[in-house]
Design a protein around this ligand. Structure first.
Ligand SMILES: NC(=O)C1=CN([C@@H]2O[C@H](COP(=O)(O)OP(=O)(O)OC[C@H]3O[C@@H](n4cnc5c(N)ncnc54)[C@H](O)[C@@H]3O)[C@@H](O)[C@H]2O)[C@@H](O)CC1
Ligand SMILES: [K+]
Length: 489
């Protein structure tokens, strides 16, 4: 199997958490997913055990345990007992606690195991291992560690919920003892950590809509709030190359990059407009290039400036003078970092030989100028953009009522935004946000998808105040709230 195929068939726990929140945003709450998960586990038990068989559920205090509490309600045909590792009051989530409550009130055979010395696994035909799933960190602690040993020592058939407890769902590694499963019922998609597990793995469809993966929703924003220890989520330095015939566009992009978290933003712009660009904001560091248009003579300066930047945004307000487009081509031919390309230079991208990681942000007219497809229906457009992204060798963010993002392998669609955003300058804002997020995330598709989502959401906030009289400068101040705020939809 190629690595690309592996990636599309597998889901990491980080992505699963995002999809889960997206499903909730689409109206399918976690508790419903837990009901489906538990039902799928029960189905797996029915496939391997005759009615009346002895089933022991060993459950932890997280949602992995919650899945098994649900499964218990679907297994009345069996002689079943549930052993919760810990006290019920310390169950970590509301939905798992509610499902435990249903077992209590339903007079199921349940017990709370206070410490490892109390644990005695009854002779069981089948053990359902629901101690830990994707929430595991480090080696299993007591009483889970002793329970894992007891499960491994028993003759029972072991069915693990989602992943064998103790195994990291992303890496397959176990920091200490882990459950040796015979069967694993995992949810929604295969997990990379199950590759090396010697067990039958069933992937259960738990009713997460495809839309939760396709559309950018608030779950995707979780990528921006990762573990601070990991240093992902750090924002960097952006260099905006733009201006000449126009001065507002590069300034808008630069301000949007700041609002999307960039630490430093430099604007390299012809000296004819340098003062105007600098005048928009004291936050900007402006590098004046001799003359009134970007020209090939500036390429060495741009390459030197780009060395200090984590991402470059090329295009806003640059115009379409031949010399300016030649300068962009010359720059990209020698630049090997991350670049966002917007506006007039987009048309030269298909011809340029570059080692840069490109994110292109065309609207339909610019996409056509690049030789790209025109499709009216967003689904057809998504397919066509995916193919064209492969052809160009870049990540594309095609703006429209539904924005389409694709690198040729993964395709995402954004639905935020409103008709008021057809006003001039909103594209410059989007390009600036994209450049900032490219520095923060090591995944251009995700960066571009979140940028489109945040830009549209900022526009939706602006419409609440200004109606369709909104202007592009209304957007940057609302970008931070769109990315990190908790305003309800
Ligand atoms: N979309 C999703 O993400 C879905 C998740 N579901 C279930 O939810 C599970 C994840 O639930 P949670 O995030 O609540 O996590 P878990 O239930 O896997 O574990 C969380 C609990 O384990 C404890 N813990 C962590 N490391 C430990 C260690 N080394 N030793 C002992 N205890 C440890 C934590 O303190 C916490 O109480 C999945 O594996 C799956 O079973 C399903 O309900 C379906 C949907
Ligand atoms: K488990």
């Amino acid at each position: 199997m190629s690595s690309a195929a592996e990636i599309t068939d597998m889901i990491t726990s980080e992505r699963m958490a995002a999809v889960d929140v997206n499903a909730e945003a689409l109206g399918v709450p976690r508790k419903q997913l837990m009901e489906s998960s538990g039902n799928a586990v029960a189905q797996a038990i029915r496939d391997i055990a005759e009615p009346g068989a002895r089933i022991a559920v060993v459950a932890g205090r997280g949602n992995n345990g919650g899945d098994a509490f649900v499964a218990a309600r679907f297994l009345d045909a069996y002689d079943l007992s549930v052993h919760l590792l810990g006290r019920a009051e310390t169950i970590t989530t509301d939905i798992a606690r509610e499902n435990w409550g249903a077992l209590e009130r339903g007079e199921y055979d349940i017990e709370e195991v206070r410490d490892s010395t109390q644990l005695s696994l009854p002779d069981a035909d089948v053990v359902i291992d629901a101690m830990l799933g994707t929430g595991v960190t480090g080696a299993l602690r007591e009483p889970a560690a002793s329970a894992a040993e007891a499960i491994n020592a028993s003759d029972a058939t072991v069915v693990s919920v989602d992943v064998p407890s103790g195994i990291d769902a992303d890496t397959g590694e176990a920091a200490g003892v882990a459950v040796e499963a015979d069967h694993v019922v995992t949810f929604h998609d295969d997990k990379p950590g199950l590759e090396g597990v010697d067990a039958d793995v069933t992937v259960a469809d738990i009713g997460i809509p495809d839309a939760a993966e396709l559309f950018v929703e608030r779950g995707d924003l979780l990528a921006l709030s990762r573990d601070p220890q990991s240093h992902k989520g750090d924002h960097g330095t952006v260099l905006v190359i733009g201006g000449g015939p126009y001065s507002g566009a590069p300034a808008l992009s630069a301000q949007a990059a700041f609002r999307a978290g960039a630490d430093l933003v430099y604007v390299a712009t012809p000296e004819s407009v340098a003062d105007a660009v600098a005048g928009y904001s004291e936050n900007l560091i402006v590098e004046a290039l001799p003359g009134d248009r970007l020209a090939p003579v500036h390429v060495d300066t741009l390459l030197a400036l780009a060395e200090d930047a984590d991402a470059v945004l090329v295009g806003p307000g640059l115009g379409d003078a031949e010399g300016s487009l030649d300068a962009v081509a010359g720059f990209l031919e020698s630049y090997a970092g991350q670049a966002v390309v917007d506006a007039d230079p987009l048309r030269i991208v298909p011809e340029v030989e570059t080692d840069a990681d490109l994110v292109c942000t065309p609207h339909q007219g610019e996409l056509t100028a690049m030789g790209g497809p025109r499709e009216d229906d967003w689904r057809d457009r998504a397919d066509a953009v995916e193919s064209f992204a492969t052809e160009v060798g870049a990540t594309l963010l095609v703006k429209g009522a539904y924005d389409v993002v694709s690198d040729g392998e993964r395709t995402r669609v954004n639905r935020t935004g409103n008709p008021g955003m057809t006003v001039g300058g909103t594209g410059d804002v989007l390009a600036g946000i994209t450049a900032a997020l490219v520095t923060a995330l090591d995944d251009p598709v995700q960066a571009a998808g979140i940028a489109a989502y945040a830009n549209g959401r900022a526009g939706d906030f602006a419409v609440e105040e200004h109606g369709y009289g909104l202007v592009a400068t209304d957007l940057p101040p609302r970008v931070a709230e769109a990315l990190w705020g908790d305003r309800d939809e």
